[in-house]
Design a binder for this molecule. Structure first.
Ligand code: 5RP
Length: 219
């Protein structure tokens, strides 16, 4: 099984977690496979809340109704990928730049189902650059503060988030305490949010492996 086949397999497995009603949908290539699978059972749901403009467009292209989060209460399930995930189901997300909306939709969902291939499973987070969404005028200030935390921030060139902000990708962090670092970075003035999903970790990881899909619960 190659990487795309593993992504497709976990996307297919995630469909069994889709309840009736409204679900939250993430962003990225694995989430896209999930949207394509969701289209097959779209009559089961009333609609979806999208975590990005790109996801909204893909959902609509399949004829799936896209709802405004403010018109929806708590959702049962949110399905999304990750850039890195540990066996505690702490994640780094935001490789696609949608981290803030992803975190918001996840916060409004009872269960976070992470869909990922084996390459995303790590012992310690931080090999993948940590995305931090920043209000543009605070870019230099936030970068200096991130250096004080031991990271090397790099501006994601030519990229603006759906919220009109910039992304600093931070390399050089060995993230031994993701809960503490998530809080610490979010306290820097000018940070919208960072890509650590530790306070709100995943509840289930559907992990694509060459031997099939494994289901991991927080260890
Ligand atoms: C987008 C994300 C994605 O979930 C993450 O980048 C994983 O993407 P992919 O499934 O393409 O590997 O956080 O902001």
């Amino acid at each position: 099984m190659d990487q795309n086949e593993m992504k497709r397999a976990v996307a297919r497995a995630a469909v069994s977690y889709v309840p009736q009603g409204i679900i939250g949908v993430g962003t990225g290539s694995t989430a896209n496979f999930f949207i394509d699978e969701l289209a097959r059972v779209k009559n089961r749901i009333d609609g979806a809340v999208a975590s990005s403009e790109a996801t909204a467009a893909r959902l609509k292209s399949h004829g799936i109704r896209v709802l405004d989060l403010n018109d929806v209460g708590q959702m049962e399930v949110y399905v999304d990928g990750a850039d890195e995930i540990t066996r505690h189901l702490h994640m780094v997300k935001g490789g696609g730049g949608a981290l803030t909306r992803e975190k918001i939709v996840a916060a409004c969902s009872k269960k976070f189902i992470c869909v990922a291939d084996l390459s995303k499973l790590v012992d310690v987070l931080g090999q993948f650059p940590l995305p931090v969404e920043v209000i543009p005028m605070a870019r230099s200030y936030v970068a200096r503060e991130l250096v004080k935390l031991g990271g090397q921030p790099r501006l994601r060139e030519g990229f603006t988030t759906d919220n009109g902000n910039v992304i600093l990708d931070v390399v050089g962090l060995s993230i031994l305490d993701p809960v503490a670092l998530e809080t610490q970075i979010n306290q820097i003035v000018g940070v919208v949010t960072n890509g650590l999903f530790a306070h709100r970790a995943a509840d289930v990881l559907l992990l694509g492996t060459p031997d099939g899909v494994q289901t991991l619960l927080p260890g």
